[in-house]
Design a protein around this ligand. Structure first.
Ligand code: SF4
Ligand code: SF4
Length: 328
């Protein structure tokens, strides 16, 4: 009997769904080898279809997107119950991803920013959770206090990071999982992006931090040219394709296996490139000036991993009153 697959999206931009379609002809091979029993983005499946399935009916459920609403939690719980294995697909699902940057604001601040702005015609009219439609009282999903990685609400068996995951990563994972060679838990390289990067490294110290449009790219390591490139802190497997296209790595594949915290690891690499290890030899004012040159430090160092960072956990510890979807 063919293995059964499900694909579902939570708080997602849709890019991870497109990444499945980007398998192109390989998608035809996939449907030869497996039955897709739930994929609401592509076909008309309903939640009730999953509810009717027996427990462990699905072999692998691929869930993309962060957990952002009570409906995301319910669907994650339901798919966990109905699946033998759950795969976090994409960096939003693995680490909280870009939706996780919203965790810098409270739910109240976000709703006010959306529904009570200078450009809003009817100010401060917030959506109601319950409303009447066709004589029926309907309830909207609750917007949670924070965006979270999938692993914080259900047990996850496998992780395929990337924003979205590269076709090669997805094919490798599908091949391993469908053929029972699932010794790998994380489908990313054990090496960093730097180890896949062809740019020349001279181990020179930086004197200033720049933005990409400010340099005349000379082909050397972008970090050594002053650009905060997250290659040292980011898991490879992507073939360093952004850097090869002359754009710095922004860290979408998540932390390397040794890096507990991607941002902290990158800050350490940047400090080293700035010569801050020899801080005593630099004037304090100069160190401060260099650090101040980084525009949007959280968006730079934690663009894809803020909800999973130590920084985030620390922030939550400081605010014990915060609960997420009724789960602390
Ligand atoms: S990981 Fe990237 S492509 Fe996938 S849903 Fe999140 S933002 Fe979109
Ligand atoms: S920091 Fe960026 S440019 Fe430099 S080697 Fe690493 S990936 Fe390449």
């Amino acid at each position: 009997m063919k293995p059964k697959l499900a694909f579902y999206w939570c708080a997602s931009c849709g890019g991870c769904e497109v990444a499945i379609l980007d398998l192109n002809e390989a998608l035809l091979d996939l449907v030869e080898k497996a039955d897709i029993v739930f994929w609401p983005c592509a076909m008309d499946f309903k939640r009730s279809d999953v509810e009717k399935m027996g427990d462990n009916h699905i072999d692998f459920s691929f869930i993309n997107g962060a957990i952002r609403t009570s409906e995301d939690v319910e669907m994650a719980d339901l798919l966990r119950k109905k699946s033998k294995h759950v795969v976090a697909f994409g960096s939003c699902s693995c680490f909280g991803g870009i939706p996780g940057l919203a965790n810098l604001s409270s739910k109240k601040e976000m709703l006010e920013r959306i529904y009570d702005t200078e450009s809003t015609e009817e100010r401060a009219v917030f959506p109601s959770v319950k409303f009447e439609f066709d004589g029926e009282i309907l309830t909207l999903p609750e917007f949670l206090d924070e965006a979270k990685p999938l692993e914080e609400v259900i047990k996850v068996d496998y992780f395929i990071p990337g924003c979205p995951p590269q076709t090669e990563q997805t094919l490798e994972a599908l091949d391993s999982l469908l053929n029972g060679r699932s010794d790998k838990k994380v489908f990313a390289s054990a090496k960093s992006v730097c180890e896949e990067c062809p740019r020349q490294k001279e181990d020179k110290k930086l004197s200033t931090i720049k933005r990409i449009y400010e340099i005349q790219d000379d082909g050397r390591c972008l970090l050594e040219q002053g650009i905060p490139c997250l290659g040292p802190a980011t898991a490879g497997g992507c073939g360093a394709r952004c850097v090869k296209a002359n754009y710095p790595c922004t860290g979408c594949n998540g932390p390397t296996q040794e890096a507990i915290d991607q941002g902290a690891r990158m800050i350490a690499s940047l400090a080293s490139a700035l010569g801050i290890e020899d801080e005593e030899k630099m004037e304090e004012k100069k160190v401060d000036e260099l650090i101040d040159e980084i525009i949007d430090p959280v968006g730079t160092f934690y663009k894809f991993s803020l909800p999973k960072s130590i920084l985030k956990k620390r922030w939550r510890d400081l605010d014990k009153s915060k609960t997420i979807g009724g789960r602390s």
